[in-house]
Structures are given as structure tokens and as C-alpha cells.
Design a protein around this ligand. Structure first.
Ligand SMILES: *Cc1c(COP(=O)(O)O)cnc(C)c1O
Length: 366
């Protein structure tokens, strides 16, 4: 068997005709930047997230940067972020000129919690950036209560959890400004780079609208020092097609996760994903943990099974952040996750026999 870590075969087949049609429509429209397709996608994704506004932007990192800027985060501000996130969340903070303050995640969900965040709050704290890691929503209700208590902004990193819920409310709708990535491999993925900010705050939406387009609301009149961080018409048209299928594709991911769970339940020394009460998981990734991670990964590879590590080096130990002055041992939970996590193949269209083969191979290894 050859089971890739990620495959677009099934999803691409289902959407092929609609995607061709989307291309033809944009091509024939002769309008390629900030037009009808972006507006339509923004409206539909705002509805999906249950927010009043959505602003399409160039990618997830830019969505995070613009969200911080629109929330007034800058030099001298501290922003609390999980110690085990993807580097982009931290890059957004430092590119905005602020200082990342790392909070360790909960050891079973891998997400930060209000209890874990609170001890890090100082007079310099300006914002909290919860990351819905691997596709599971953070407990946003308690995080929003904490933020209200200390008058802090909340910026959700919703790159991995499109459609996940906390108390039946979608990720991307809780914080003051929330960033989604539509990198091709994400649950909702474009055919290239794309992202969006969702918010219920009209002023934040207006600010991001300007910032993404040279700081201009009216062509050639620049109100603020902006950027070129726009979403393309073509990517927006592709995303509108894929958004219509997202619910059914997510259901297939969850089915695959259930299957893994059933088959691996009794596997010794393998820690399975845990979904918290009141939260849902859309299984962007299915991450297991084991002390023998590297050997298991090698063994699975020898059997034709693709796996990945999310992520091998936590942000505080990256060369890019040497100047922050952290060394090994600073964030033991994040470091332990980095040393033991392994992401198994999961995507809409992965077959039951393939999952069974992965699980049998894991048990053989043990
Ligand atoms: C993918 C990802 C990003 C960045 O998104 P890009 O579109 O690649 O810039 C940010 N945060 C997390 C958690 C991600 O997984």
C-alpha cells in the first residue's frame, strides 16, 4: 500500500467541474483584483463563521498581522500565545513590533486555556492569541471572560479549525479580530495562498479593508500606511466553490478520526487526541504521541505510510528567535509535544482499509 500523508485526489475529483467554471468566469470577467468574487466569498465566509464581517487577504500570516494592527497592538505590547503553535502566530506578533509571551498548552487538548493564560498577564499585556491547534476549538468562552476581566483584545488563529465549535459557536467568531488561512492543505484551502479576517467590529473590518489595500479606502487617497495584502479574485472564486463542500468534507475527516480512534484505542503507549467538553474538533490533523516517535515514523515510512511532525521545534527554540533568550527546558510541555507527536494521514477520501493498514502497522511496530 502507498498511503500519502495528504491527498487531494478525492476532493479535487468532486469539485473539478465547478473549479473549471470558476476559472472561466473570472477569466472572462477581465477583473482580477478586489471585485465581485472577493465580495461574494467574504459574505459567504462571514455567514459560515457567524460574523458580521469578513475581509479577504493574501494569506494566514498576513491575516494575523493585520488583525493585530487593527486591534492596536504594537511596540511595547505583550501578546500571550501558545508555546506549541506554528511559527506564523509568533511571527505576526514580532512583525507587529510586540513581544510574544508564551503560555503552555493543556496536556490533553494541546490548546491554551484561561487558567494557563492568566498567570502571564501583566500591565503590558495587550492581547491574547488562542490557536485552535490541529482543528480543535479552544475553550473560547472562558478565554473571552478572562480577556474581558483584564480588558484585553483576543485574536483567534483559526488557520486549522474552520467550522469547529465551542458551545455551538464557530471558531473565528469569538475574538475581536480572527485570522483564517486558506493555504492549500488547510481544511478550506485555495489553489495557492489566501486568508481572511473575520470580526463583528465594523471599525476593525474597515481598518483591515484599508490596510490590505495600501491604506486606501478611495483609490489614490491613502489614509494609513498600508500594505498590498489582498485576496485575488481567482482564489476567492475557488474558495467559494470549496466552501460549499466544506461541511461534507469535514464530516469525512471526522469519520476518519473516529475510525483511527476505534482501532488505536487499545494500542499501548500511544496517546490519542482528546476533545474537550463543549468543544468540537474538525481534524485538520490527527496527532498521536509516543515516546518512540522517530522509530515509529521510520517504520511507517518503510511500509509506504506518509506522516508528518507538527511541529518538530517549538517557536522559542527556533534560530529565528534566539534573541528572545530562551533555552531548552523553558517550556517543557511544548518541548515534550515536539519530541513525541506524529500526525497520521487524514483527508476527505482516505479509505477505511487504508486507516486499518496504518493502525495495524502501528500495532505491529509496538
Ligand atoms: C498555516 C498556519 C498559519 C499561516 O497561514 P499561511 O496561510 O500559511 O500564512 C498560521 N497559523 C497556523 C496555526 C497555521 O497552521
Amino acid at each position: 500500500m502507498n498511503i500519502p500523508f495528504l491527498s487531494f485526489d478525492y476532493t479535487n475529483k468532486i469539485i473539478a467541474d465547478e473549479m473549471q467554471q470558476a476559472f472561466t468566469t473570472v477569466f472572462n470577467s477581465k477583473w482580477y483584483v478586489l471585485g465581485k468574487e472577493v465580495a461574494v466569498f467574504e459574505k459567504d465566509y462571514a455567514t459560515f463563521c457567524n460574523t458580521q464581517y469578513c475581509v479577504g487577504v493574501s494569506n494566514g500570516l498576513d491575516a494575523l498581522i493585520l488583525s493585530l494592527k487593527a486591534c492596536g497592538v504594537g511596540k511595547g505590547d505583550e501578546v500571550i500565545v501558545p508555546s506549541n503553535t506554528y511559527i506564523a502566530t509568533v511571527l505576526a506578533i514580532t512583525h507587529a513590533g510586540a513581544t510574544p509571551i508564551f503560555a503552555e498548552p493543556d496536556e490533553s487538548t494541546y490548546n491554551i486555556t484561561a487558567e494557563g493564560i492568566e498567570p502571564h498577564i501583566t500591565t503590558a499585556t495587550k492581547a491574547i492569541m488562542p490557536v485552535h491547534l490541529y482543528g480543535q476549538s479552544c475553550d473560547m468562552q472562558t478565554i473571552m471572560q478572562l480577556a474581558a476581566k483584564y480588558n484585553l483584545k483576543v485574536i483567534e488563529d483559526n488557520a486549522q479549525a474552520h467550522g469547529a465549535l465551542c458551545h455551538n459557536q464557530p471558531t473565528g467568531s469569538w475574538g475581536h479580530a480572527n485570522a483564517s488561512s486558506f493555504y492549500p492543505g488547510k481544511n478550506l484551502g485555495a489553489l495557492g495562498d489566501a486568508g481572511a479576517v473575520t470580526t463583528n467590529d465594523a471599525a476593525i473590518a474597515a481598518q483591515i479593508n484599508m490596510l490590505r489595500n495600501y491604506g486606501s479606502a478611495k483609490k489614490y487617497y491613502n489614509e494609513v500606511e498600508g500594505y498590498n495584502m489582498r485576496l485575488d479574485e481567482l482564489q476567492a472564486a475557488f474558495l467559494s466553490v470549496k466552501l460549499k463542500h466544506l461541511e461534507s468534507f469535514t464530516a469525512l475527516r471526522c469519520q476518519a478520526a473516529d475510525r483511527y480512534h476505534a482501532l488505536l484505542q487499545n494500542a499501548d503507549e500511544i496517546k490519542l487526541p482528546v476533545t474537550a467538553k463543549h468543544c468540537t474538533h474538525v481534524f485538520h490533523l490527527y496527532v498521536i504521541r509516543t515516546k518512540q516517535r522517530d522509530a515509529l515514523q521510520q517504520y511507517l515510512n518503510s511500509k509506504g505510510i506518509g506522516t508528518m511532525i507538527h511541529y518538530p521545534v517549538p517557536p522559542h527554540l527556533q534560530n529565528a528567535y534566539k534573541h528572545l533568550g530562551y533555552s531548552k527546558g523553558a517550556f517543557p510541555i511544548a518541548e515534550a509535544i515536539a519530541e513525541s507527536c506524529l500526525s497520521l494521514p487524514i483527508y476527505p477520501g482516505i479509505e477505511e482499509e487504508e486507516i486499518a493498514f496504518v493502525c495495524d502497522s502501528i500495532k505491529e511496530f509496538i
